[in-house]
Write a protein that binds this ligand. Structure first.
Ligand code: SAH
Length: 351
């Protein structure tokens, strides 16, 4: 695989242009073309410079391989990378804008028992430009502009992969996608979800990127958490809450906990009481979601009545919480489901 031009910062693009013996304004032309989601071969630079670039860089490091549209309008994208690996992403339409879910790794090595992304382990990290490439490709495919009239207004790093297991590339991506010279998506419109890698959470608090930090909790004690999340062996809930508090101190941003309701596992009312006791007084919000059942996994979703009762109990204790609708269920909306079904060579159900 050649290098990825979208990995470079504006300053690095400028240096590259000089290295190629080109006029400095060509760097701006390149940057603008890339921000529009263009391939190198589509950017109107002189032919010799284009050839020089194409010898060194992938023309299209992230290509939309397939698009699936759900009944609720949610779109699921299967992206092909230059080495043939596949990752997936989702675009959800809300009243306030369009939220794209991006992947940060091919596969994942965290091993959560409910998640489809980790079934085959980690294949490799995505580079910053490959993460950015997903956003550029979707923004372009949806007819979006750069800065004005973007088709993608919000981002969640909740596709396949553990963002903080690919820390440097993810931070580089975040700096690029929030850059006012590029797409310019505000950090406030970005949510990053982690399974709770405490050292990286602490480091991230110091990066000065005030996004919405989201932590996958899914349990109220370490003993219960380790049953579905092996990472709980490395970091305790106490340490995670400590890192969240640090994030709030440094950024002033409240944080969010993800809690997927699994029948017979974490969805009893006693769990709601324990969760409320755990989070009491913390500047946080809880996102509840009924487990999205994964074919390869034995775990079952708590039913709707159970989920509503859990929500009521939690909010009754004064905890800010919402029960999220699961979007795009008919197109394999949950993490890793589409890639898994594609690799199995059976199609997700289509509307
Ligand atoms: N690795 C990160 C990013 C994944 S984000 C993390 O662990 O946070 C996706 C969110 O969906 C996480 O909260 C994850 O725990 C949750 N999730 C994964 N599989 C799920 C499923 N089948 N049903 C419901 N939630 C799921």
């Amino acid at each position: 695989m050649k290098a990825v031009l979208q990995d470079l910062t504006w300053a690095e693009l400028a240096a590259l242009t000089v290295q190629a013996g080109e006029q400095p304004f060509r760097a701006k032309q390149l940057a603008q073309g890339l921000a529009q989601g263009k391939r190198i071969s589509e950017i109107p630079v002189p032919a010799p410079f284009r050839a020089w670039l194409l010898e060194r860089f992938e023309d299209e490091p992230v290509r939309i391989e397939r698009t699936f549209t759900a009944k609720d309008g949610t779109k699921k994208f299967l992206f092909a990378l230059a080495d043939g690996n596949l990752v997936e992403g989702v675009l959800m339409h809300y009243k306030y804008g369009n939220t794209q879910c991006v992947s940060t790794q091919v596969g994942c090595r965290m091993g959560c028992k409910f998640c489809a992304s980790t079934l085959g382990g980690l294949v490799r990290n995505l580079s910053a430009g490959e993460i950015l490439g997903q956003v550029l490709a979707v923004n372009r495919a949806e007819g979006g502009g750069v800065r004005e009239k973007r088709a993608v207004t919000n981002l969640v790093l909740m596709g396949s992969g553990e963002p903080f297991d690919n820390y440097d590339n993810v931070v580089r991506f975040l700096r690029a996608v929030t850059d006012g010279e590029g797409l310019g998506i505000s950090a406030r419109n970005i949510s990053l979800s982690t399974c709770g890698l405490v050292p990286q959470m602490r480091a991230f608090a110091k990066e000065g990127i005030p996004l919405n930090l989201t932590v996958s909790l899914h349990a109220v004690t370490d003993e219960e958490r380790v049953r579905t999340m092996p990472v709980a062996r490395a970091y305790s809930i106490r340490e995670i809450l400590g890192a969240c508090a640090e994030y709030f101190e440094k950024t002033g941003r409240r944080y969010i906990f993800e809690y997927s309701l699994i029948a017979g596992e974490n969805a009893d009312l006693a769990h709601a009481d324990a969760l409320a006791a755990l989070l009491k007084g913390m500047p946080c919000h809880v996102n509840l979601i009924r487990l999205n059942e994964v074919k390869e996994r034995a775990l079952r979703a708590a039913d709707e009545a159970n989920a509503q009762a859990f929500l009521k109990r939690l909010t009754g204790h004064g905890i800010s919480a919402t029960l999220r609708r699961s979007m795009g269920a008919d197109i394999g909306g949950a993490c890793g489901q589409l890639r898994a079904s594609y690799l199995r060579d059976d199609e997700p159900p289509m509307s």
